[in-house]
Design a protein around this ligand. Structure first.
Ligand code: C5P
Length: 219
């Protein structure tokens, strides 16, 4: 077998706490992340799995559980250099509350609590792409309109090697309709099981990784 690669997979939603019991989050079951990890293990490569709070977790991976986007970024920073491929299937919250209230906010509190001031979270997958050396960086784009156009824009803007565009019908489902988009073209997979989609994404990722290595050797 050729060299074992290390895949850093980000999965699940982040939770951005407002007070000890309330938070801002995104819809995400973690099923795609788990399917990706399993597809990597089937090929006998290694997985570092960074996950937000979900019940769906893969076995036989190095598991790092996180809560917020800032924690996810710290886990990524600690593992980026050890990884050959980074795949972000995580539903990272774009914003977090500027302040976390120490105690549960009561209805009787002053009206100043009727508005939550938000701060922008770092874009984790973009951080990976901006700091990559020899790695491949793969992102997901969940779009509710102009799926292809928006995903292609994200591929470029975030400097990714591959992006998988999907619609919100895939939430929590075992299947999805996706477009797998790279510089080489677009592959559409309609209503396929996430395990099948994950195997295709992992094969495509390995192909791009190997091509880049060959290109580097030639030049
Ligand atoms: O939120 P957006 O549609 O831009 O997400 C596209 C990709 O960027 C996904 O792979 C997601 O995991 C990643 N992302 C991220 N950090 C954020 C927002 C999104 O890594 N703060």
């Amino acid at each position: 077998m050729s060299t074992r690669l290390t895949f850093l997979i980000l999965s699940g939603p982040t939770k951005e706490y407002i007070d000890p019991v309330r938070y801002i989050s995104n819809e995400s079951s973690g099923k795609m992340g788990k399917a990706l990890a399993q597809a990597v293990l089937e090929k006998d490569h290694k997985v570092i799995f960074v996950s937000g709070h979900v019940n769906v977790l893969p076995k036989n991976v190095k598991l790092i559980k996180v809560v917020s986007a800032l924690e996810m970024l710290e886990a990524v920073k600690a593992n980026l250099k050890k990884s050959d491929v980074i795949i972000s299937a995580a539903a990272v919250a774009d914003y977090r509350p500027a302040k976390i209230c120490k105690h549960k906010i009561k209805k009787s509190y002053s009206t100043s609590y009727e508005t939550i001031e938000l701060k922008r979270n770092p874009d984790i997958v973009k951080y990976c792409a901006d700091h990559k050396t020899n790695q491949i960086v793969v992102g997901f784009a969940l779009e509710t309109c102009d799926i292809l156009k928006n995903a292609k824009l994200k591929l470029k803007k975030k400097n990714l090697d591959l992006i998988i565009a999907n619609g919100k019908e895939s939430f929590g489902s075992d299947s999805a309709t996706v477009h797998v988009i790279s510089a080489d073209g677009i592959l559409k997979m309609r209503n396929k099981n996430k395990k099948i989609i994950a195997r295709k994404i992992i094969n495509e990722t390995i192909r791009i990784f190997q091509n880049i290595k060959v290109d580097k050797k030639i030049s």
